[in-house]
Write a protein that binds this ligand. Structure first.
Ligand code: ZN
Ligand code: ZN
Length: 391
């Protein structure tokens, strides 16, 4: 008899993709390691999940607005219909395959977070140390089972051992999205630069915090939500710009009032670095228009769909360098994130906890209290939420 555990899921047969929304709490069998049935289990672990973060992409899944093909195709190839959701986690290793200690130095009792991209290790990019662009990767909670469950099975090669004494566990659950911002900021040198962050949701806010920490001379936070801009200021933005609805011919057109303000704040030059963290077509065009000749545009927020970039030749004429960011550099990004988070003197971890997480007030949701209504209310109110999985 297998014991059952609680998990947040979607079942394409029971719930349907188009017909349902949100995450559905279910009892599922507790995962086990069985090396004789599956040799890959020798390099996997069972993690008792303590905390799990709600990513921007999870919000997209909640509204069935992202990754539909990846869910459908991956489940079809696995011959099943239920997917455990979620990919940002921290917990404790409670069982380890026979090769885990020897291969990865990880053992039972270790507190661990881990990268959500399970890479192949064999392709050209993986072999060249560029696993973030592995051509044969799976993503936890999308194309393989994720971590919104009391116990989960994860490949040990994805794990990053954490220390709850240095970084509080709720923040450890955010290594993965914080790492997105670390990775984005590593694309160009922001020391002494003027940096505009378009979109101050969770990863945009992390980017504001990090741009300031990494030595940007002026950080400008830009968003449609005044509450997010207040947080951006508290995290170190020197200036903020509220995006107000403008009369435009097309949705994708630039927000001219925003560009005018950026130009004013940069003495007519434009910013050295624009970071696209919102995902709107207009936001991409805002980034290009707000960046100085010879500057850098870093794209991260974009999800599915086609984009229109009028007068694309501006990219060439202005000599703009475009960077596209996916995932994290494994594990270089994790090492930098750990150093930034675990240095008590720099205030970064405290700002994440006090400003973005409101000191845990209403932003930590016990799995036992999960309901669609509660989560939707909290998603409207806060940029970042974390589940307390064992409570
Ligand atoms: Zn994520
Ligand atoms: Zn690969």
């Amino acid at each position: 008899m297998s014991t059952s555990i609680k998990a947040l899921t979607i079942d394409l047969k029971e719930d349907g993709w188009e017909k349902s929304r949100g995450f559905i709490k279910r009892e599922i069998p507790k995962p086990t390691l069985n090396e004789s049935a599956d040799p890959a289990d020798s390099a996997s672990v069972i993690v008792k999940v303590h905390y799990a973060g709600l990513c921007g992409s999870d919000r997209g899944i909640w509204n069935r607005a992202a990754f539909s093909d990846m869910f459908k195709e991956s489940l079809a190839s696995e011959g099943k219909s239920l997917r455990v959701l979620g990919h940002e986690f921290v917990g404790e290793v409670v069982e380890a395959g026979s090769k885990v200690e020897a291969l990865y130095g990880i053992s039972v009792g270790n507190p661990v977070s881990g990268d959500s991209h399970v890479t192949c290790g064999k392709c050209f990019q993986c072999r060249m140390g560029e696993a973030e662009v592995c051509q044969d990767q799976s993503i936890l909670g999308i194309s393989i089972d994720g971590i919104y469950a009391e116990y989960v099975k994860v490949p040990a090669k994805n794990l990053w051992v954490v220390d709850y004494e240095r970084v509080r566990p709720e923040i450890c659950a955010m290594y993965d999205p914080f790492g997105n911002a670390v990775h984005a900021l590593s694309k160009t040198d922001v020391r002494g630069a003027r940096v505009a962050v378009f979109g101050c949701g969770q990863i945009g806010l992390f980017s504001v915090l990090l741009a300031r920490h990494f030595g940007a001379a002026k950080v400008i936070g830009i968003d449609v939500n005044p509450d997010n801009l207040k947080m951006a200021e508290a995290l170190g933005a020197h200036e903020t710009i509220l995006v107000k609805p403008e009369k435009k011919e097309h949705d994708y057109d630039v927000d001219q009032a925003v560009i005018d303000q950026v130009m004013k704040l940069t003495y007519g030059k434009g910013v050295d670095v624009s970071m696209e963290m919102a995902g709107f077509n207009s936001s991409v065009n805002n980034c290009i228009a707000a960046t100085r000749f010879g500057g850098d545009v870093i794209l991260f927020g974009i999800k599915d769909g086609d984009f229109v970039v009028p007068n694309f030749s501006r990219m060439v004429v202005k000599g703009i360098t475009m960077h596209n960011v996916i995932g994290r550099q494994i594990f270089k990004t994790w090492q930098i994130a750990q150093r930034v988070l675990s240095d008590e003197t720099n205030g970064v971890q405290d700002k994440m906890w006090n400003v973005i997480m409101k000191g845990g007030q209403e932003t930590i949701i016990p799995l036992s209290e999960f309901s669609a209504e509660l989560l939707e209310e909290r998603m409207r109110a806060y940029p970042k939420l974390v589940f307390d999985i064992q409570k």
